[in-house]
Write a new protein. Sequence first.
Length: 498
Amino acid sequence: MSSLRPSAVVVLAAGEGTRMRSATPKVLHSVAGRALVGHVLHAAEELDPEHLVVVVGHGRDQVRAHLAHTAPRALAVVQEQQNGTGHAMRAALQGLAAAGIELAGEGPVLVVAGDTPLLTGETLRRLVDVHGSEGATSTVLTAVLDDPTGYGRVLRDPATGRVVAIVEQKDADEDQRAVREINSGVYAFDLAALRESLGRLTTDNAQGEEYLTDVIGLQVQAGQPVSAVAAVDAEEILGVNDRVQLAEARSLLRDRINRAWMRSGVTIVDPETTWIDAEVTLERDSVVERNTGLHGRTSVAIGAVVGPDTSLTDVEVGAGATVVRTQATDAEIGPGATVGPFTFIRPGTRLAAKAKLGAYVEAKNAVVGAGSKVPHLSYVGDVEIGEGSNIGAATVVVNYDGIAKHRTVIGDHVRVGSDSMLVAPVTIGDGAYTAAGSVITDDVPPGAMAVGRARQRNVEGWVARKRPGTASAHAAEAASSPEPTDGSQVPDRPEEQQ
C-alpha cells in the first residue's frame, strides 16, 4: 500500500522557551547548521505534504523572517496567547481558513513540535503508514525512556494494549508517573475527528490550558480507534528546552551525520572532534581529519583531504585538493589545489586547479589561476592572478586607499619578488618580474622587470661613531683589522654589558 500524502503538517513553534534564557526564540537556535524548526520542517518536507503550517507566537517576527528565507512555502500562523497545544492546533486550522486554504485531501494532518531536531522523515512516514493501515482517527508517536520525567505518559488498556489516554506529568498520579512509555508530541489525525474533538477540549487541568493530548482521551471515550507507533530510536523524540539539551542534541546529530558519511565511503579520522552540518556534502574517498568543522553548504569532492584543525563554511573543495589548518568562508578550492597551514580565506576567493595558498597567507576576493602559488606570509586581496605565476614571500596587495577598494591584475607566469607592495589599481603583464622589496605603483608591461626601490647607500663607519663599545662595534673592528701574521692572539673583547 502506498503511503498517504499528508493534507498538512502543523509545526508548533509558539512557545517562549524561557529556560533557554535567550533573546533568540528557542526554535531558532542552531544545531548542525539549521535552526531547530528547520530540522523539523526538513523532516516534514520528506513526506511532501500539501501544506506546511508553523504556529508562531513568542518572537514571531524573527521566526517569520527565518521562515521566509528558509521555508517560503510554510504558512506562519499566529497564536496570540499561548493557551496550550490544543489551542495552538485550533489557531492553525483557523489560520489556514483565513488564508483561503481548505484541507480537502484524504491524508491525515500531522502535528509536530518545533524543538525536536532529531526527528526524521522516515519515522514520520511510519506514523502516516500505520495511521492509514489501521484506519485510526488519531495515531501518536511514542517512545520508551529509562527516565520519562517531564513527558506525558501514554496509558494503555492492560487487556488489549490499546491507547486509552495521555496524561501530562503535572496531572499524573504516582502510578501513572511510573509508566515509561511517553508521548513524543507527534501525532497523525483524521481531520474531521480532530475538529470535532478540539471543540470539546477544556482547561480543567494543572496548567489551565487546552491539551492536544486530551483529544486522545476524548476519542477513546467516543469509541473511535486510536493507534500508537513506537519510535525505533528514542533519541528522535528528544526536545530542546535549555542549553544543556541543545548541546546534547548537537552531539547526537553530529554522531548521526558522521556515521552516515562514514558508511557512504568517507574517512572521518576522529568523529568526536568532527562537526559536519546537515547540508554539507562529501564524496567517497574524501578524508576529514581531526578537529575539523564543515559548515553551511560546504562540499568536498572525491579524494580531497580536509584538516586537521580546519573550519570551512560554504566552501567548495575540488577533487584531490588538500586543505590543512585553514579557516575559509564562501570560497572555491580547485582540484588538486593545496591550502595551508595557517591560511585565512575570505569570501570571494577562487583557486583554480593545482593552485596554492601556503602558510600564513590571507586571501580575500582573490582569483588564483591554475598552478599559481602564493606560498607564504602574504596578503592578496581584490586580485586576479593568472596561470603559473608565483607570488614571493611577504608580498602585500595594497587594495585599500582609505576610502575605496581597488583591484590588481597579475598576468600569466609572473614572478613577484619577495617583500613587494603592489599598490592597486595596478596591472602586471604576462611574464613580467618585480624586484624583491619593490613598491609597484605603475603598470608593468609584459616581460618587463619592475624595480620600485631606492638605490642602496652605505654609510661607512656609522657603527663605530654612533654605537661605540657595543658588540656590533667590536665585531666590525675585528672584521676590519688585518689578520695577525706572527701567531699572536687577538686581544679578548670586553664583556658585553647585560
